[in-house]
Design a protein around this ligand. Sequence first.
Ligand code: PXP
Length: 239
Amino acid sequence: MSELGVNIDHVATIRQLRGTLFPDILMAAQLAEEGGAAGITVHLREDRRHIQDRDVYALRKSIKTKLNLEMAVAPDIIAIACEVHPDEVCLVPEKRHEITTEGGLDVLGEFKSLSRAIPQIKSTGIRVSLFIDPVADQIRAAADLGADLIEIHTGIYSNLEGAARDQALQQVIEAAALGQSLGLGINAGHGLNYDNVKPIAQIEGMGDLNIGHSIVARAVFTGLKSAVQEMLTLIREKT
Ligand code: PXP
């Protein structure tokens, strides 16, 4: 059954906008866990625009579920990850001016740097996930590199409607099947919301769905715990 990883970057974004100490990121993680999250995800960006180094260390100490650290393949961030020791690291592409992560990692193009980074991170006992588009060659390359998991980028699926969305869903389904056949764990995320999450949650063998924007946006009206509970209800519905 799929589980929910709650991405709380947006909570830190609000805090950083004013340079205050609130909203409290640890409280956000606690409420997400109380709502049923199986994990907490944060992205320590190279530009530190939302999550700060101190957040990652504090979350490691305080959360009761698992910590998934999203990050670029950058030596200084890898060093922090190895020290903090999250349960999982998800390697993502990062561009300085993007609003959010745009597209998956080019595993084939970055093969050399990934072939150094992945064993380094894994040697400390952290599971390594690669955020990739639902493309067969990228998935095969992730398996060749010894990644433990892939997180299938659902951004394209999420932005489409009707028949085009069905086609994009089919690509995610096929990517999940290929990944499993290669021994990879399968997660998914980006752009998932209360209207489009169910078909992704129902994919055979789907693991964690990492969701941030839609949950934090709903939390403005309902509170975070309730927003997480609502999402989890949809993920767990069979039909
Ligand atoms: N997965 C990855 C790798 C991401 O970079 C993000 C955005 O930070 C998410 C999932 C969550 O996406 P969203 O905020 O659209 O739910």
